[in-house]
Each structure stands twice: as C-alpha cells, then as structure tokens.
Design a binder for this molecule. Structure first.
Ligand code: ARG
Length: 456
C-alpha cells in the first residue's frame, strides 16, 4: 500500500491485505461512491476550495471510471483496501495529481457512511417494488378464485369456512406492513453524513446541504461522531428484511403443505418445482422450502450485525466494515425470494374440489350450529356445550352434521327447528360480514382496497 508510505516502513503482510480488504464485496457500491464523489467535487468548487476546472476534471474522470466499471473494463487491484481507494487510485492514473484533491475535507469514514446509506436507500426501493409484485400476484389469484371456499384452520385443525381469496389477502396484509415498515426505515436512512470527516467534522467551509440536495437526501446528520459510527439504518434494513422473510417463510410452509398429496389444495407449476433424482413420481416443493429456509439466513445476518455493533466505542472502528456483506447478502436473498415467490404465486393452480372435500370433513359448521342456538336466545356457553355433545354423537355414529336428521338434533335441544338444515358453508362464510371478515362482500371490499394500494 505504497500510497500511505510515510509513517510505514513495510507493506502489509499478504494475509493481512486479504483479511482487511472489503473490495471483493464493496465494489457493488461503485455507483453510489462515484455519485457521492461527484457531488462532493462540485460542492468543493462551489465553495472555492478547488477550482471549477479542477472539479470538471474530477467529475469527467469519475464518469469515465463509472463507464469502465459498467463495461467490465476496470482492473480491480486486490491490494487496494476498498472501492473508495480503488476508484481514487484509478482516477490518479487517468487524470493525474489533481485526483488527490478529491479527498479534500473528506474521510473514508464519512464516505463509506454515505455510500452505504445510498446503497440502502436503493435497496429499500428495489424491495418495495418486489413486494408490490408479490402483492399483485396474490390479488390476481384472489380475484381469479373469488368464489372458492376452503376450510380455515386454527391449530392446524379445520375451524371455520373461509374464502380462499380472504386467506390469500392475509398474506397481502403482511406484505403491506413490510412495505410501510421499509418506508419508515427509508426515512432514517435518508440522512446525509458527508462532511463529518473522520469523526470531528471538517476544517473547511463546506456546504453540506448542497451535497444533500445533489444526492436527494432529505436532511443532513447532526453529530459527526455519531454519523461515522452509525449503522442503525443497516440494522433496520435487516430487521425489516427479517420480518419480510418470516412472512415469505410462512407462505412457503403453506405452499409445501397445500401441495402435499394429503391436502392437494394447490398444484405448483412445473417451472417452480423440482423432480426427485430417485423417485419418478415426485414433484417436490423445493423452491418453497428454500424460501422457508432462507429466512434463517437473513435472521443470521441481523443477529450478526447486532452483535458486531454491540459494545463498539465511538466513533469509527473497522468492525463496521462487517456491515456490508450482511447487507448485500440479506438484500440479494430477500429480493430473489420475493421475485421467485411472485412467479410461483401467479402460476399456482388452486384445486377447489379438494378444498370443498375438506370442507365436508371436520365438523366445520359446528360454530354455526352454536350460533343458531344463540339466535334462539340460548347463552353462547350453553349453545357451545350442546353443540359439542351433538358433534360427539355424530362422530360416534360416523355421520357429518349435514347427515344428521332433525330428530337427531332435537335429542340435544328442542330449540332446533327445520331451518337448522339451512346451515351451509356458504351461509357460514357470508354471515361473517364484519370489517375484515370472510363474507364475499367484505372480501370484495378488501380486494378493492388491495387493488388501490398496489397502484401506489
Ligand atoms: N472499507 C472501509 C469500510 O467498509 C472503509 C472505511 C475505512 N476507514 C478506515 N479508517 N480504514 O468500513
């Protein structure tokens, strides 16, 4: 590292160069780094810290390097510590000594904080678009299957009939919370740290607000010590990503379950399933399983960075360099998961016959029978107990509630009349006509709202 010769008599050991370099992964921030440097150079010129001519040379040089990197013509030197050094060293090669002026009033500590914030802002926007695509797939499937009834479950036991669309929209809601959670995280990411220097600020008359405007930041950081050592925004990103992966993982679990021979509620498209290398009959939900599994990986990134940050003194410490692999890996994992699940969701085939067959099992209308008695003025607890005994009886004689005669019913309560035979899964669903409930008209309203939200 000859550029810092002066204090040092020896180059770093080879293993140390490898150990300390972030270049193998932080090259991904080259766009942000160059954009930040251009804004910085322009600000230095505006403040008469460098000349306009010098700024123009720097800016043109930086733009040319961006092209080089884009076109894969950039020779990444592994001995350089990070993308910031790599770009500056290339700039020295292309524009000469004036390149040395770019780093005036700047430290890599505020530079890397800036780049990471810009990268995280972009990452959040990418994730939000991907969330919208998955939400769209769910809404489209809900619209397509708007009349399909299925058993709703609690404790994995058939509980009450629900609309399939209602079930799909439950995932829409989770994703909507993710979307807005990322939006909240964006606000705290969107704060511009450049001008904080190494830790104490800068001994130049900088216009930090100008840089913020150039880079479309809403505001600037207010404490330089905090600004160079803060990675809360990365942790927030990772928290939001973890929650979103948790939702994907829950959806994945249902896809695995529903595609089993026992359920057969869905058929996963061939292009989103995998064969077995030994069992010819198999069509495995590996894609869903990987989505379920990758949640663990993203949680790991969150835990990893939280642990790295714990106990760090102010201000910059090299430990902070550990933030980037966590951020990049979690981002790639979440983005790919959202993309793949959107594709898988939109190509799912729902098997309404299996769903209606399942509806006929498990005494799913028992609550409706109890509600029937409540409407005849019986206290709910009593109605619950009577219906329980009735179900017990039906089970013992191997019949469903629908197969019982009126006489069977009346053995348990004389409040039962002919109209008890009117209970049905359809009526059960349409009776849940409260906001958020499963009745077709409520679900239609939920669908309309969802349709509006995904347009935003
Ligand atoms: N590669 C470093 C990082 O990612 C950049 C800042 C280096 N600063 C320093 N003082 N060595 O955190």
């Amino acid at each position: 590292m000859s550029h810092i010769r002066g204090r040092f008599q020896k180059d770093a050991a080879e293993a140390v160069v490898k150990y300390t370099s972030s270049l193998p992964f932080d090259w991904r921030m080259y766009r942000q780094d160059i954009r930040g440097s251009i804004a910085h150079a322009n600000m230095l010129a505006k403040q008469n810290i460098i000349s306009t001519t010098e700024a123009k040379i720097l800016v043109d040089g930086l733009k040319a390097i961006e092209e080089e990197i884009k076109n894969n013509e950039f020779n990444i030197k592994p001995e350089l510590e990070d993308i910031h050094m790599a770009i500056e060293s290339r700039l020295t090669e292309t524009v000469g000594a004036v390149a040395g002026k770019l780093h005036t009033a700047r430290s890599r500590n505020d530079q890397v904080a800036l780049d990471t914030r810009m990268f995280t802002r972009d990452a959040i926007r990418e994730i939000q678009s991907a969330i919208r695509l998955l939400q769209k797939a769910l809404v489209e499937q809900a619209n397509k299957n708007v009349n399909v009834l299925m058993p709703g479950y609690t404790h994995m036991q058939p509980a009450q009939p629900v609309l399939l669309a209602h079930h799909l929209l439950a995932y829409f809601e989770m994703l909507q919370r993710d979307y807005t959670r990322f939006e909240d995280a964006f606000k705290r990411t969107d704060v511009m740290p450049l001008g904080s220097g190494a830790l104490a600020g800068a001994a130049y008359d900088l216009d930090r607000e100008f840089v913020a405007k150039e880079l479309e930041f809403s505001t600037v950081t207010q404490n330089s010590l905090d600004a160079v050592s803060d990675r809360d925004f990365v942790i927030e990103y990772l928290s939001c990503a973890s929650l979103c992966m948790m939702h994907i993982s829950r959806m994945a679990e249902e896809l695995v379950l529903w595609s089993s021979a026992e359920f057969s509620f869905i058929e996963i498209d061939d292009s989103y399933a995998t064969p077995s290398s030994i069992m010819p009959q198999k069509k495995n939900p590996d894609v869903a399983e990987l989505g379920r599994g990758k949640a663990g990986r993203v949680y790991g990134r969150l835990m990893g960075l939280l642990t790295t940050m714990k106990g760090l003194p102010l201000s910059y410490n090299r430990d902070l360099q550990e933030d980037k692999e966590a951020l990049f890996d979690a981002h790639d994992t979440l983005l790919n998961s959202l993309d793949v699940f959107a594709g898988m969701a939109i190509t799912l085939i729902f098997n309404s016959n299996s769903m209606s067959r399942s509806l006929g099992q498990g005494y799913i209308l028992a609550t409706d029978v109890a509600d029937y008695l409540v409407k005849k003025a019986l206290p709910f607890r009593e109605a619950h107990a009577i219906t329980g005994r009735l179900v017990n009886h039906a089970i013992s004689i191997g019949k469903t509630l629908e197969q019982l005669t009126l006489e069977d019913y009346q053995q348990f309560s004389l409040l039962f009349g002919k109209d008890i035979r009117d209970i049905s899964t359809e009526r059960s669903a349409s009776s849940k006509n409260v906001i958020g409930g499963t009745s077709p008209s409520q679900v239609a309203q939920q669908l309309e709202r969802a349709g509006r939200l995904i347009m935003q």
